[in-house]
Design a protein around this ligand. Sequence first.
Ligand code: BAL
Ligand code: ZN
Length: 871
Amino acid sequence: PRAIHLKDYRVPPFLIDRTELHFELGEKATLVKSRLSMRRNPDSDEGDAALQLHGDTSLVLRRLQLDGKDLSVSDYQRDDESLTIAQLPDNFVLECVTLIKPQENTSLEGLYKSNGMFCTQCEAEGFRKITFYLDRPDVMSVFTTTIVANRQDYPVLLSNGNPVEQGEQEDGRHWCRWDDPFKKPAYLFALVAGKLEQVDDSFTTQSGREVALRLFVEPQNLDKCDHALASLKRSMAWDEQVYGREYDLDIFMIVAVDHFNMGAMENKGLNIFNSSCVLANPATTTDAGFQRIEGIVGHEYFHNWSGNRVTCRDWFQLSLKEGFTVFRDAEFSADMGSRTVKRIEDVSLLRTAQFAEDAGPMAHPVRPASYIEISNFYTLTVYEKGAEVVRMIHTLLGAEQFRKGSDLYFERHDGQAVTTDDFIQAMEDASGIDLGQFRRWYSQAGTPVVEVSDDYDAEQRRYRLKVRQHCPATPESDSKQPFHIPLAVGLLDEQGNDLDLGDGQTTKILHLTEAEQEFVFEGIDSQPLPSLLRGFSAPVKLRYPYSAEQLVFLMAHDSDGFNRWDAGQRLAVDLMQGLISDYQQGRELVLDRSLVEAYTKVLSDRSLDPAMVAKLLLLPSEAYLAELAEVIDPEAIHLVREFVKRELAQALQGLLMDAYRHNRSEGDYQLNADAIARRSLQNAALSYLMTLEQPRILVLAQHQFASADNMTDQLAALSLIAHSGFESERQQALSEFYQQWQQDPLVVNQWLSVQATSPRDDSLTQVKALMAQPLFDLTNPNRVRALIGAFCGQNAVQFHRADGEGYRFLADQVIALDKLNPQIASRLLTPLTRWKRYDSRRQALMRAQLERIMAGELSKDSYEIVSKSLA
Ligand code: BAL
Ligand code: ZN
């Protein structure tokens, strides 16, 4: 496989003005007829270049016509990836008939079947599995789509845009025609046909237009639609209020499907969702699930402007739509719930998973410079770091100028396929703020490290911050230019109050632009304590030599909610890193009192928001500790974290029990911010208490499990019981849960994940046993993620077993899955790509499995990940 480079981009030699598609859906095969109105691109410098259409090797070409005349095999050339026709006129109509077999398509790209329904996934390059086309995002066309299918099995026929005509045939088949007036690239094409029920709603836009909203689901899921529809309406209103963006078609549809590689897809007017990201009701869905759905529904809806109306010129620009849209959905969620909690969750993900990606063999800039398989670049870097980059622009410009910038961007580029540079240019042009150096965030990979030191001169009443930045080498470059980093800083006095940093400002943005810089604060009466990187104002690793005392002080007083939480994390990380080293050297583990004292304060302070208390109580995750370690020792990390948790539980039993009882609500389920916060604190407290392994606590958990009227409480209790050492009770709970929910695939997935993430020594055996049961299905990505993905990605202590069996297991699964669904196979590989971070014994074991995978025949997807990991 060969790499594709950004520097080789050329405008398309041909354009497609109009695309007419006709699908005859069949049980054995589907016939796809296309009629493309094409012309040479006047902006191309390729003269009379031949037309090279993308087309997968699986396409069976039945007929090809140019301006109504048949072309014969000597008129074109075909290879595994394309069809080439030379000597074409400037304007022409190309008609093509292809035969495809969606029933046999397990890659879930292109047209395929899920639970008997036809559906599509075309981003990034799935359309070429449907028919021959210019399958690149800078070729935008209007589409008309006619779908013909048996009425009995496929009463619902959907595509993008508005339905314009429908009819019946005599053979029991019916048809429907859809017209999408907005030009779009093929990756936004969608088709759905199936036995679906619909839930209707409507939204009146700010200009008074009525939009029909329709959610299509399988009949058994009709009771899980309300939340997504409510989230959609909130998204539509929010985008009008915050960005002035109104929806454009008369109808907006969402379809839920069970077999789906991604979370959801923003196809124009017809979003297709993984059922796990749209279906919800309190009995089956956790609070985190509800919030996730709201965020994803928002995300896909927001793409209508940031992605569809203005799209990407090429796939190197993926973050143009994804980074911006993640930023938009994060702000939406922050506005709908707790801003601080949302920020804590996003930063936690970034600092563990994205930072690890940035430090690994697949590290790439937000705008990658090359790829072998674009599907591998739907990454945390492109999405989450990309969103952080947009957030920094927001910080540098301020809300008002940012809005002017986004208005200009949408206005200037509506209907176009553009680049991240075009986005920044609009922001610069609208605000007059220079983002020249800032652009490096798009082209340089790696996580910058910012080291801060300070000194205070009492005589001069002067406080100075010295700041240094550097960025470690990554595969694409080992020398980095300084980034433009907005560092949000506050200074606390001895009482914990913010100092006025000028004009009543208590937080100031320092612009780091050089490798070393000094910032001076005048008129400071006593030595302040700095609160650095408030709100996590840039995706960097911040180093400052805080003492435990200072961190406890910040935890209690920092006016920045994020930094209060982060002070607690730093305190716990410092202590745990010391304990990990003690464990490795065979020293006795003793927990420093500072953490107990800090947690005592947190638990005793009734004025704190329970959601914040729950977040403050959460110890740094094993994944975060691993990311911070020089050499990762999964066993030491796990044991130390358990030790700290147990010690805290021992010391704070009474307070934890109070928190549990005080926040426990029996029998009056509600889904609002306050109730969610209380449940999260209640379950955090129970999780601590369960480490004590006391039968009376087990009884509490069992009672919660049996009496819960919502999945948040039931699953939290199940997971605690199932991960405990109470053997018969855990078996009983797991079996009862399965009996209760076996008909609900989404809940069964959660049940599988609980078992896959058990730190018990038998968990790999359990995972294998579950895979052998009929309920497991390697062709269903949700099942694969719930069991194999959870074991390998979220159960470090068992995946990294010293005997290497976890690695062998993962390699076996990747080898099998790569033949069915390359995207999912290559995704699963992530934990093995980090092999260099472990001790030499584990390194050798992991490497051996990567080499074993490499020895077989691989998809482009897996080949890219494995070869880059071994390089
Ligand atoms: N565009 C792929 C799914 C998403 O990011 O919305
Ligand atoms: Zn997206």
